[in-house]
Design a protein around this ligand. Structure first.
Ligand code: DX5
Ligand code: ZN
Length: 219
């Protein structure tokens, strides 16, 4: 993985042409962010296992599956079998994060832990160095196209501090409201994996949008 990665979020893609949309971003990045929502943990529903299984057939991109569901423990295995490479659960949705991390690892997948903007960042810090990825939400989970929450910057910095102190190479991901203006700021705060939905898929040339975001992130 290069120093900073852009992971397009297919939530903002044209679902009627999902294969073509993925092929367009595949030209510019190896990571694809896939938002699974259940209508309980978040007030929206997206898609589930069969969609991941279908798109798996069309690309070798790394599938970063963001589980915004109340019962992620029940879905690690189905999504792993469907072709997920990284499985991220929300710290608010499990009784025992260590058990959840172990369950994903047993499936041979990379594990991510995410945190809702309303949850104190301290809740995720003890688990951060144990995970492959920490995903800090910079909008309220459930919808694309929202405004970046400034509070996320201090939260990213808090996670970065813990990761560096532990001499861990855990990826720090930020999700929501990433655009040319916010990208360099989240990188300065310590993020190295930027999820972007509308900033990529609202542009005619998706691959160019990914490259442009990366260059802004590194500026
Ligand atoms: C929101 C999702 C995000 C979303 C980001 O709950 O987790 O991944 O797609 O969309 P933008 O980049 O448009 O804020
Ligand atoms: Zn997401």
């Amino acid at each position: 993985m290069s120093d900073v990665v852009i992971a397009p979020s297919i939530l903002a893609a044209d679902f009627g042409h999902l294969y073509e949309e993925i092929k367009k971003v595949e030209a510019a990045t190896s990571f694809l962010h896939i938002d699974v929502m259940d209508g309980h943990y978040v007030p929206n529903i997206t898609f589930g296992v069969p969609v991941v299984e279908s798109i798996r057939k069309g690309t070798n991109m790394v599938f970063d599956v963001h589980l915004m569901v109340t019962n992620p423990m029940d879905f690690f295995e189905p999504f792993a079998k469907a072709g997920a490479d990284m499985l991220t659960f929300h710290v608010e949705t499990v009784d025992d994060p260590v058990e959840a991390i172990g369950k994903v690892r047993k499936l041979g997948k990379r594990v991510g832990i995410s945190i809702h903007p309303d949850t104190p960042i301290e809740k995720v810090l003890p688990y951060a160095p144990m995970c492959d990825l920490v995903l800090i939400m910079s909008v309220r989970p459930g919808f694309g196209g929202q405004h970046f929450m400034e509070e996320a910057l201090a939260r990213i910095a808090a996670v970065r501090k813990v990761i560096d102190e532990a001499v861990s190479d855990t990826i720090i991901s930020v999700d929501g409201g990433i655009c040319d203006k916010t990208a360099p700021r989240v990188v300065s705060a310590g993020a190295n994996y930027l999820v972007a939905g509308s900033a990529v898929f609202s542009k005619d040339d998706h691959a160019a949008a990914v490259r442009e975001l990366l260059s802004c992130a590194l500026s």
